[in-house]
Design a protein around this ligand. Structure first.
Ligand code: HEC
Length: 112
């Protein structure tokens, strides 16, 4: 019985350490500010998006990070996105990815 309690306390201690560790998931609030320009094309939820401009709200975080890094490195070629990703740091990309991935893609309903 005593052993069980000690194990439980150990588990709590480990969880406390894990939850207090710095997050590498990106900061969505900072991402929102950095995404001001992105929002003019990609919209928020599913607004503003025009033909040929993908909805990225609600997209998986890892996908967004991969896509932006691919544009930045030139591995994924697109004239528009090459320009908008060129000056982003890894931290910018993580923050913007956090912002978009945490957004509900159905936040707004289509207007047409
Ligand atoms: C002038 C309009 C415009 C702006 C501003 C813009 N984008 Fe894009 N974005 C596009 C278009 C068009 C595509 C589709 C490109 C392609 O076919 O690869 C795209 C593609 C993407 C994709 C890939 C989506 C997918 O489904 O694969 C991501 C991620 C993305 N943009 C993020 C961003 C971020 C982050 C910013 C701001 C730093 C930004 N975009 C600014 C027009 C824009």
């Amino acid at each position: 019985m005593k052993k069980r309690i000690i194990k439980f306390q150990l588990l709590i201690a480990i969880l406390a350490v894990i939850s207090s560790a710095p997050s590498f998931a990106g900061d969505a609030a900072a991402g929102k500010e950095k995404a001001a320009l992105c929002l003019t094309c990609h919209g928020e939820g599913n607004t503003v998006v025009g033909v040929g401009t993908p909805i990225i709200s609600g997209q998986y975080r890892d996908y967004l990070i991969h896509a932006m890094k691919s544009y930045r490195s030139g591995a994924r070629k697109n004239v528009i996105m090459a320009g908008f990703s060129a000056n982003l740091t890894d931290k910018d990309i993580e923050d913007i990815a956090a912002f978009y991935s945490e957004m509900n893609s159905q936040l707004f309903t289509p207007t047409e």
